[in-house]
Design a protein around this ligand. Sequence first.
Ligand code: HEM
Length: 495
Amino acid sequence: MFYFSFLEILLYIVLFIALLILKPLFQMLLMKIKYGKKMYLMYFPLLGRIIEFSRGIKKHNDLLYFEKMISQQHPEVEMVVSNTFLGLTHVFLKTEHIKFVLQNQDLYRKTSKVLFGERMLYKGLAFQDGEDWKLARKVLSKSFEFDQLRARIPLIKRLCEEKFDKVQENEPIDIINLSGNIVGEVITQSFFSQSFEDLNGKTFLSEMVDVMVSIISQYREAPIRCMTRTFIFGTRDYPNWTISKVEHQLLARLQNIKDILSHSIKERQQMQNKPADFLTAYINTIQQNPQLTEEHAIQQYIMLIFAGIDTTSNLFGACCYALAIHPEWQLKLREEIQKQYGNYEELNSDNINISSEITNFINECMRMHTPVPYFIEREVKQDHKVGDYFLKKNSEVSVCLFGNHYDSQNFKDPFTFNPDRWNQQNIDPFIFLPFSIGKRNCIGQHMALMEIKCLLIYLLMNFEVSLVNEKQVWTFKFVYTIQDEKFIQLKRIKK
Ligand code: HEM
């Protein structure tokens, strides 16, 4: 029998915590000695970068203030290294290093830190790897080509008319939720060619997004429990007794959603004349590839909802914010829309992309407020170097876009909102890459831009946009966004 005195146990606990706290500090100091000023060290016991994030919000109303200022305040910095309780994260800021990471994706795998990710996302495109990813990307790509997407413009237009019709004038509205409902419905119709009935008093989509966000937010809601569990059991397959009551309830709601999707997939398999949508394409692939299952199809749909709704609706939110604080651009774009389209019925797949003014405006919104400024963290598969920087197997890497977006060498007066800059700008595709670049780029980028254009054109034809409060805080909720959900109000334009 082992016997430890209370003092010994206390000593071990102190030693263990010291190791957790001191080991990353020691590693980071060694790196600092090696790389000097080119590396920025962001250390805080266990929590690293989170402290800097909260400082950005408190002092500057912007969680990513540091990232936006770094090229002005520390132009020599190429890499930021921070710590979490799981180890070190290396964030690359400079074009050459971002280029290396994105052109050598096989050296990395996407992180497996999403809570219960194996039950909802890891069989989806953004997290798949190797041959599984190649096959899924091939199947899904066809449905995302512009020629396929253009057929969805009438649906997007109809949904814009329906959802905006219910808007209460001069009342604060949740524009991100409103546009998210439109985008989610387009994805669902494209995947299943059908809508689903309301669930738990909400639309099916709202329930689904609510469940996913609530599951992922458990890290924020119960950080100590989640961190300790991950530290002890790793990132997958937690023993049942470590799952809280709230998590059990969320997982039951997730299972309910998956059962409904599963039922729909089974019905489709029996159908004689299958509609030409994502699901049929996926079912055909499953039949030819026995390693794929119904669970893959379900998670592929959840993935598209996860990757497609918040990103697009928050970019639309950023566009609304820019319209509200730059009323001159509201007038300018409204005139342009009047000139190019006259009325909403005229908008179609042949003319949706003709206005460079609209494209410039969207680009400028993405430069200043892109919803995905940090890419999904990657785990290093084997030791290698990115430029001068040595990355050890299992360490973590990410890229941040704001270093480049707010660097005056790339964009003159980077804190000034100036869509006209895009008329002259001949920009390196590795400096401005809101949809990433290379083989793991965003599969939904044409869909997103098409939806944003339909939404913007409808909004400007029918409403004046203003902010509810001058002061707005930029933060992270899944994606980079405005903290206050109801930051916008609309006033109908009299015709
Ligand atoms: C404004 C809207 C959007 C932005 C800014 C955006 C941005 C991005 C970025 C930066 C990536 C790369 C992430 C990384 O490598 O870590 C990505 C990947 C991805 N996006 Fe988007 N996205 C948007 C809309 C959409 C839409 C509408 C869909 C689908 C309906 C979608 C589906 C995906 C998928 C499935 C991937 C993973 C691709 C792969 O790994 O092969 N995205 N997106």
